[in-house]
Design a protein around this ligand. Structure first.
Ligand code: TXA
Ligand code: MG
Length: 324
């Protein structure tokens, strides 16, 4: 098992040796290594069992620093950076040669983000290099939102997890880039579309392709528990699976089911608060995935604000297993 603690200098020394550390961010925990050291970056792909065609996000601590790694920041993207960094926003920007091709999987743009977490910002500011960090989960599984999640799955492969508590946002960053002069969102995430559009006007959303080589994180089956995950009307589903005598667990937004034992049901937000739901979503999916049941039954949330990103994750987790 990895050690878990709050010692940024311990993390710093491991990273300086070219090894990896679990780091907290406001979105999800990352599996971090020196982004300018190809050997360290190669370890990230190996530990995550991640295909090399799926590029990594480079994390740094200030907008001035970003200039070290990118050729330019087009105006609308700069506007977003100034408004929302540090925060759950990742920008795709033309990379300088100093960024190894392994980080970007050979693409000429690099994904960059300034995370909003005090421990990690402090760590980044004492390092001489930026950190490449994908979510700290095995490829395809649910992202970790607590240090213990990282340890559960990757603890035998890394030495240290920096413990920053439970992630405040709970969904990965929103990824934004530009194509032919227009803004494009490639991944819905912790920064709402509405907040972005309020700043820079209408943006195109291109997250629905199941084979978009630009963003394999958008693969149809991703962010997925190991158990079948079925989406639909919960009252109907519960009736169906009870009749079929298939043991199930339930993930609901605000609904309560008095007949169900508490241990088999997680309610994301009794007061229908989407940020509260986002914050507990991945931990809830993990808990239900660990129960002795055959299937997880869940419902979509309102398709508005953070609900869009939450529903995106729920759909990918179910990978087509919606109620017929
Ligand atoms: O919130 C987050 O973004 C978290 C925390 C740790 O910062 N990181 C994260 O990383 O979610 P990861 O690797 O799990 O997802 C990054 C996504 C992937 O879908 C990847 O394909 C896309 O970003 N991506 C990275 N670099 C890219 C690039 N150059 N062009 C297009 N997509 C890119
Ligand atoms: Mg990920």
């Amino acid at each position: 098992m990895a050690a878990i603690g709050k010692d940024i200098f311990r993390a710093k020394s491991i990273l300086e040796q070219g090894n990896l550390v679990g780091i907290p961010t406001e979105t999800v925990y990352g599996l971090a290594g020196n982004a300018l050291n190809s050997d360290a970056v190669a370890k990230i792909f190996a530990v995550k069992n991640r295909p090399s065609f799926d590029p990594l996000i480079l994390h740094t601590y200030s907008l001035e620093k970003v200039d070290d790694f990118v050729i330019e920041i087009p105006d609308p993207l700069r506007q977003l950076a100034e408004k929302f960094w540090p925060g759950p926003l990742t920008l795709l920007l033309p990379k300088k040669d100093i960024v190894p091709d392994l980080v970007t999987s050979g693409l000429d743009k690099v994904a960059v983000r300034i995370p909003n977490h005090p421990l990690t910002l402090e760590l980044l500011s004492v390092l001489d290099f930026p950190l490449a960090a994908p979510s700290a989960n095995p490829f395809g599984y649910i992202s970790p939102t607590q240090a213990i999640h990282v340890n559960d799955q990757l603890g035998d492969k890394i030495a240290y997890v920096l413990d920053g508590g439970s992630c405040q946002v709970g969904l990965e960053s929103t990824i934004v880039g530009m194509e032919q002069g227009s803004l494009v969102i490639y991944r819905l995430g912790g920064l709402e579309v509405g907040s972005i559009e309020k700043e820079v006007g209408k943006v195109k959303i291109m997250v629905h392709s199941s084979s978009n080589p630009k963003s394999p994180g958008m693969l149809k089956s991703h962010y997925a528990p190991k158990k079948p995950f079925v989406l639909g009307n919960l009252d109907n589903l519960i009736k169906d699976y009870s009749i079929k005598e298939i043991p199930f667990a339930v993930l609901s937004f605000d609904k309560n089911f008095p007949g169900l034992p508490n241990s088999l049901h997680i309610q994301l937000s009794a007061k229908r608060d989407l940020s509260e739901a986002a914050k507990s979503l991945f931990a809830a999916m993990r808990t239900l995935d660990s129960l002795d049941v055959s299937v997880i039954l869940a419902e979509l949330l309102p398709e508005e604000g953070l609900g869009r990103a939450i529903n995106d994750r729920l759909r990918r987790a179910s990978a087509g297993e919606e109620e017929k």
